[in-house]
Design a protein. Structure first.
Length: 249
């Protein structure tokens, strides 16, 4: 074999380790515990990039020992939060559930430290809100927009298209008064009023409240005007709902 071929092969072999060391991704590992300090199997750890980068949320599910590994994370800072929605523990990256709690661990991974460890604790178990949204005249299920808001702080809200819509079941922060508004094109908006005339409801941890929303048509069927279509498009762009949020009254 010619000497220059041997030399090229040697140079390439020597360079391979340096290329391998130029990785820009790392891992976050840890354990999720319950209130009693027991590891939780089947919970999910979510990694939120602190610089606000959007896209698919990196996550991993815990094993029998409550351990998780979130791989292939770009270097940077992450807030790591737990959740197990199917058991009533909502993911704590949603402010509607967590409030303005900033106690979740923040970790950093870099070329010098490509892995980090986080110990997580599930939040308070939520309550369940279930029910149907129907046309008051014919009983048909309706796809709607909705808004759930903590009564004590209107900035903490949740909703949009499909949240309280058709047949639904979703988590509600437990022992927390919440208001509910439901609306759809061609119908009068529906605002929750309890039997005691209260404008909010509260659900205990692990408990369930069932409601049936009946929407009444606000006139004969018609096509929206150009102005209404414009407003509907703007609303879809901002909130995902095709109809703008109606006033409370």
């Amino acid at each position: 074999m010619p000497k220059f071929v041997l030399l090229a092969a040697t140079v390439l072999t020597l360079c391979l380790p340096s290329f391998a060391q130029r990785s820009t991704v790392g891992t976050i590992t840890g354990t999720i515990f319950d209130d009693a300090g027991n590891p939780v199997e089947g919970a999910t750890a979510y990694a939120l990039n602190v610089d606000g980068t959007s896209g698919m949320l990196p996550q991993a599910v815990t094993d029998k020992a409550g351990h998780f590994v979130i791989r292939r994370l770009q270097f940077g800072g992450y807030t790591v939060v737990p959740g197990k929605p199917e058991a009533g523990y909502p993911p704590l990256h949603e402010a509607f559930y967590a409030g303005f709690d900033s106690s979740q661990p923040e970790v950093f991974i870099s070329a010098d430290k490509p892995s980090a460890v986080a110990s997580l604790k599930l939040g308070k178990q939520a309550g369940w809100l279930g029910g149907e949204v129907r046309d008051d005249a014919n009983g048909n299920l309706i796809e709607t927009c909705s808004e759930l808001t903590r009564k004590s702080n209107p900035r903490l809200s949740f909703g949009g298209a499909g949240a309280v819509s058709g047949t639904f079941r979703l988590l509600i922060p437990s022992d927390t008064p919440v208001t509910l508004k439901v609306w759809a094109w061609g119908y009068d908006p529906w605002i929750y009023r309890g039997a005691d005339a209260r404008d909010s409801f509260s659900i205990g941890p692990g408990r369930e409240l069932h409601i049936e929303v009946r929407l009444k048509r606000n006139g004969p069927r018609r096509q929206p005007t150009d102005t209404e279509l414009r407003n509907m498009k703007e609303s879809m762009d901002k909130t995902g709902c095709s109809t703008p949020t109606p006033p409370d009254n």
